[in-house]
Design a protein around this ligand. Structure first.
Ligand SMILES: Cc1cc2nc3c(=O)[nH]c(=O)nc-3n(C[C@H](O)[C@H](O)[C@H](O)COP(=O)(O)OP(=O)(O)OC[C@H]3O[C@@H](n4cnc5c(N)ncnc54)[C@H](O)[C@@H]3O)c2cc1C
Ligand code: SF4
Length: 600
């Protein structure tokens, strides 16, 4: 087994997994390690970070000094070799272009999906996050609680490697002993931010992030991951030994050839392939789940993008992990006499309750950080510290005017200079040239800080996707049309973020680079633009109000599962990917158990 074409696939498999990102990678890994024969179908091309990641290239080696362009918005060297805000030949439709109702959809089309360049911030949902309705009467409770997912958070952290610390803060869970790697040291700007924030009662603690600060414990972790399964332990240990700790020198968004950070392509897929239980077909664009006469999923139909031909693959179980909206699209397009509104849509809830993360940012300049001597303080190419939501009690007491919280991602320090570094500093210099400009550049380099807010959105009836009746992609597959609306809760939350960030910058003795925005509707980033889209096939306790049950198994088709963010019943401020992986592992265990009992 290994990489196969549509022609060299086996006639049938135990499980088909659609998509190879965080959810698909985790599901395939967990299934293969326990002996299931899996076919992974991935729409994008094969991608090998070890040989393709542009880790050490400098900006001067690329066109336009590696600056972002419409087709490479995160810069020339970004790991997303195919995909982005637009995917050629694969449009989608927005019901409106009005900023208030606009939805933006980032898609990766490559092996490993978005995990090749994601930010790697890996926060656990807390107990409140699984029961939000019980707390404030808004949105939905999940049919599971933190205690159901906690063992899987532990496993994912032990497997992928997450740095951080246990701080015991409210609704910010500790990991089990030995799960976390030590966090990196804070950098100079972190100390300055933490000092200013502390005076305002705002805590900063080490972020949890999927980057190895030291090698994984290949002697102990495998036994915790795969108890009673020596073969899986051996494979996991061997894979862990191939991963080097972080060099702290290269931009993670370009991918990591030394496997120091988590990408599905460097962490999940190699041991799954090594198990001999995984076949992967790339360039396989799945468009339909097919049904057998017994009403069960019989397999999937896909377009072989190398030939343009329509093909079919068979399995006992189908797991969709094509990313939340894409999995919904496949189901909505899987119409039959039995399911005229799309497969697994007897509730009418398929496509409903799309959520993203509330986002807004404020930047500023801090005189205290000017003219610092050059220091080796690149940090973690992202964040060392962050602020978890710290106002749970005030919010519960109704003092804030909005219902859900946000965390803060503070930025600072000196990164590798780019051609646009220190562009637009006229607001500080008044406009300088020649030697004076160089002097100013040295003075201000490293004195800027920024704050990104990442907040919870409450699911609502007006944020959903459906199949557009007219538009099709280049393969003839009908595309999605998105509808979006924020509620007052999100808008007020965004305004609160702005005020808070402005206050921290002032407290640090600095100035914001743009005025603090008091109007949440102007401050909030468009729906989808934080790239944390989840929902669309939410899990629930009632088959009439949800698409899947507590195992991410569709209510309507017992051998059809989802393993991406589509099943999220709420979208806590915590970035979603660690939860996607934990749920995917839990679902895989459920499938394995049911296959053992011959129920699937
Ligand atoms: C710039 C950026 C920064 C981010 N930072 C963070 C962060 O710090 N923390 C965090 O938690 N999350 C972050 N995210 C989000 C994170 O990447 C996603 O939550 C995560 O990758 C979702 O996993 P997934 O498996 O559902 O989807 P993906 O990783 O997108 O994988 C889906 C895969 O399915 C394939 N596919 C799609 N359609 C089909 C089809 N029809 N047939 C076959 N295959 C198909 C795709 O090609 C892709 O490979 C970030 C994302 C971006 C873009
Ligand atoms: S900073 Fe570390 S994790 Fe990121 S790409 Fe470089 S070596 Fe890999």
């Amino acid at each position: 087994m290994g990489f196969v074409t549509a022609d060299s696939q086996q006639s049938t498999y135990d499980v088909i997994v659609v998509g190879s990102g965080a959810g698909g990678g985790q599901a395939a890994y967990s299934l293969c390690m326990d002996g299931a024969k899996v076919l992974m179908l991935e729409a994008g091309r094969k991608y090998i970070p070890e040989s393709e990641a542009a880790m050490f290239q400098t900006p001067d080696m690329a066109p336009l000094a590696a600056a972002g362009t419409p087709d490479k918005p995160f810069g020339f060297y970004d790991a997303t070799v195919d995909g982005g805000w637009q995917v050629p030949g694969e449009p989608y439709v927005r019901a409106t272009e009005d900023p208030a109702g606009r939805f933006e959809w980032w898609r990766a089309r490559m092996l490993g999906g978005r995990t090749n360049h994601w930010g790697r911030n890996s926060l656990r949902n807390g107990p409140y996050d699984f029961k939000p309705y019980s707390r404030d009467g808004l949105g939905f409770d999940w049919p599971i609680g933190y205690e159901d997912v906690a063992p899987y958070y532990d496993k994912v952290e032990l497997l992928v490697g997450v740095y951080g610390s246990n701080e015991g803060m409210e609704n910010t869970p500790n990991s089990a002993p030995g799960c976390l790697l030590p966090p990196p040291a804070p950098i100079v700007s972190d100390y300055a931010i933490a000092k200013g924030a502390k005076r305002l009662g705002i805590p900063l603690i080490p972020l949890h992030r999927a980057v190895l600060t030291r090698p994984l414990d290949h002697r102990r972790n495998p036994a915790r991951l795969h108890p009673g399964n020596p073969r899986a332990q051996q494979l996991a240990a061997a894979a862990m030994r191939t991963r080097a700790p972080c060099l702290w020198a290269t931009p993670c968004g370009r991918g990591c050839a030394v496997r120091a950070n988590y990408q599905s392509t460097t962490v999940h897929l190699p041991p799954a392939l090594e198990s001999g239980n995984l076949d992967i077909t790339t360039d396989a664009m799945v468009y339909e789940v097919t049904l057998g006469p017994d009403g069960r999923a019989s397999g999937v139909s896909f377009v072989d993008r190398t030939t343009g031909k329509q093909r079919h693959a068979r399995a006992r179980v189908v797991v969709l992990a094509a990313s939340a909206c894409e999995s919904v699209r496949i189901l909505l397009n899987s119409k039959s006499a039995q399911f005229p509104q799309g497969l697994a849509n007897s509730s009418g809830k398929l496509g409903r309750y799309l959520m993203d993360t509330v986002g807004t940012s404020v930047g500023g300049q801090i005189p205290l950080l000017e003219s610092l001597p050059p220091l080796n303080e690149e940090g973690a190419d992202s964040l060392q510290l962050y602020t978890p939501w710290w106002l749970y009690q005030e919010q519960l007491a109704g003092k804030l005017g909005f219902a859900r919280g946000y965390h803060i991602e503070p930025q600072g320090g000196k990164r590798m200079p780019r051609f646009d570094t220190l562009g637009g500093i006229e607001w500080l210099t008044g406009g300088s040239y020649g030697a004076k400009f160089k002097e100013d550049a040295r003075r201000y380099y490293g004195s800027f800080v920024g704050f990104d807010g990442r907040g919870e959105m409450i699911p609502n009836e007006h944020s959903y996707c459906e199949i557009d009746p007219a538009v099709k992609d280049k393969w003839g597959i009908p595309v999605l049309r998105f509808h979006w609306q924020w509620s007052e809760h999100e808008l007020r939350q965004a305004a609160h973020m702005q005020r808070t960030f402005g206050d921290i910058i002032s407290e640090m003795g600095g100035r914001t680079s743009t005025p603090v925005e008091t109007d949440g509707a102007k401050a909030i980033a468009p729906g989808g633009s934080i790239i944390h889209e989840v929902g669309g096939a939410i899990m629930g306790a009632d088959a009439k109000k949800s698409v899947t049950n507590r195992w991410s198994q569709t209510w309507d088709v017992p051998n059809l599962y989802l393993a991406d963010g589509a099943v999220f019943a709420s979208n806590a401020d915590k970035n979603p990917t660690l939860t996607i992986m934990a749920l995917a592992w839990r679902t895989a265990d459920h499938i394995l158990e049911r296959m053992r009992r011959r129920e699937l």
